[in-house]
Design a binder for this molecule. Sequence first.
Ligand code: SF4
Length: 353
Amino acid sequence: MTTVTKTEDSPAPTGSEAFLSVRDLRVQFSTEDGIVKAVDGLSFDLERGKTLGIVGESGSGKSVTNLTVLGLHNKKSTTVDGEIILDGQELVTATERELEKVRGNKAAMIFQDPLTAMSPYYTVGRQIMEPFMKHTGASKKDARIRAIDMLEKVGIPQPKQRVDDYPHQFSGGMRQRAMIAMALVCDPDLLIADEPTTALDVTVQAQILDLLKDLQQEFGSAIVFITHDLGVISKMADDLLVMYAGRAVERGSVSEVLRTPQHPYTWGLLSSMPRLGGDINEALTPIPGAPPSLLNPPTGCRFHPRCGFPDQVSGGRCTTERPLLADGRAAACHLTSEQRQTIFIDRIKPRLG
Ligand code: SF4
């Protein structure tokens, strides 16, 4: 049983039955220019069979977090602190051998670009068979049967023939399906999908999202779904974590966060997105400025240089004091909940329609 310690910077969410539990995670890289504080005190929980969406701009720490969960970060240049507990197993202090067992067997990842995850030199079938043989001890014959079965499950036509194709003989959508087959071949309990549909056209994207949902029902996996696309998240996730500059700034169920967002950054994300059914000539409202450098991130609230509301917080706290993310449905912001509600109703909601 893991003891969860609340720290001043990162209160732990409630829920001790989580299948994946991340506590006060801090990830830093050494670079020639200094230390990059890529993830700074992140905590979240995920239950079996549920999907957690993580959204944020590039550099928000969402992908780094998930590479760290699977131990795929560069061990030489990266420092990781905090706790990552997967099904009772602590992963931050796990050896490479233990992590290898976890990867593929208990947890697997689907990347944005299958060509970076698949070798061009081996057939698709062999790449599905190998993790299966490695983790289950299955024979080559049984692994081939399993690979064909998986290709069929993910909707590859003529799987008995296509199992011997190389990745370049597959279309982009088929490669993505094959990568999902690779990820699911050992029936992992946790699937991390990092922008899995970003490179695909809208029709194929919808098919892959449906496929992931169907497979989740069949395999009962927990999914961490990373994206910058709130439209995709609304279809896929149960809960949502909004990240900005290495920190979680808002959390709640997807419907809560999308219907009544509470953090100025989430307001900015939603206001910069076209509305479904909205006027195509409608002006979008981009978030001013750019995400900060994490070599030297802003003090206090990291969003303060881009936020329109620090003057409504007394004592200049936005620039000096880190706002904390409370348990459950919450936003890390110094505005009072009454202030946020008034701003949302008067200024943000009319924009979102
Ligand atoms: Fe804006 Fe201050 Fe809230 Fe940060 S804490 S989001 S700067 S109002």
